[in-house]
Design a protein around this ligand. Structure first.
Ligand SMILES: [Zn+2]
Length: 250
């Protein structure tokens, strides 16, 4: 994997004389932010406590800052996309898997151990099917693209064309979002990732179901919007993360 990164970087350097001022990484797995280490990767074999940042610093000669991809996506949407002006913001990727990120006062809220925002493994159906994490009926297990295709034999984009299916689907999804609303009272929830591209076919019934499920006395707003930066939320987030101010903080 890193050899591939080296090849791409070398080709940019040759073709465009590319020299970055700073580099941001949105890594698809848990990241220990204070030590800037990949904790582990379920996608890249052997990347346990992998020094990606040190290796990339050496390769590029630029300062490098890394965070979990959902956190970085949240920052991208907060600064440049659908979360602009919404503070605090809760961002969720609804894609092959499910991730979440919280942005408040323009910065990612990471919690005590860099694990805040991990909405994908809230239990939505306690007696539901086994999740890869060892628990059952997690939001990710019930709602992500990988499992939808596994359970129903069709990709999410096809399943979400079916109104009946969407009505069942949003019940699980809204349970996850309700937890975010009750716990964080976000000014807005922004949903990105491939499944969010279903647009109103998903968002209209989702908002209805969320209103139905919300605790009656809660006046917490229920502002749920699709991501604006689409596939580029994480790239824009990397730009924000790599900004000079963030490097000075470290
Ligand atoms: Zn799980």
């Amino acid at each position: 994997m890193f050899a591939e990164v080296e090849r791409i970087f070398a080709s940019w350097r040759e073709q465009h004389g590319f020299q970055p001022d700073a580099c941001g990484i949105g890594f698809g797995g848990p990241v220990d932010f204070p030590t800037q280490t990949v904790t582990l990767s379920t996608h890249v074999k052997g990347w346990v406590q992998y020094p990606l940042v040190a290796n990339l610093k050496q390769l590029t000669g630029a300062p490098v800052l890394m965070d979990n991809d959902a956190n970085v996506g949240a920052l991208g949407e907060a600064k440049y996309g659908a979360g602009s002006g919404a503070d605090p913001l809760f961002y969720m990727t609804l894609s092959t898997g499910i991730g979440g990120g919280i942005v408040t006062n323009g910065a990612i809220y990471r919690g005590a151990d860099s694990y805040a925002g991990e909405i994908g493994h809230l239990n939505i159906e306690p007696e539901g099917p086994d999740c890869l994490c060892g628990s059952r009926g997690c939001l990710e297990r019930m709602c992500c693209g990988l499992w939808l295709e596994n359970d129903y034999g069709k990709p999410a984009s096809v399943l979400l064309q079916d109104e009946q299916f969407v009505r069942k689907y949003v019940v699980h999804l809204a349970r996850g979002l309700k937890a975010a609303l009750m716990l964080l009272n976000p000014a807005r929830i922004v949903i990105g990732g491939g499944i969010s591209k279903a647009g109103d076919r998903l968002f209209v019934p989702l908002r209805e179901e969320l209103n139905r499920q919300m605790t009656a006395w809660s006046r917490a707003r229920r502002d749920v919007a699709p991501a604006q930066l689409q596939d580029d939320s994480i790239l824009y987030g990397c730009l924000a993360l790599a900004g000079a101010g963030n490097h000075k903080m470290r």
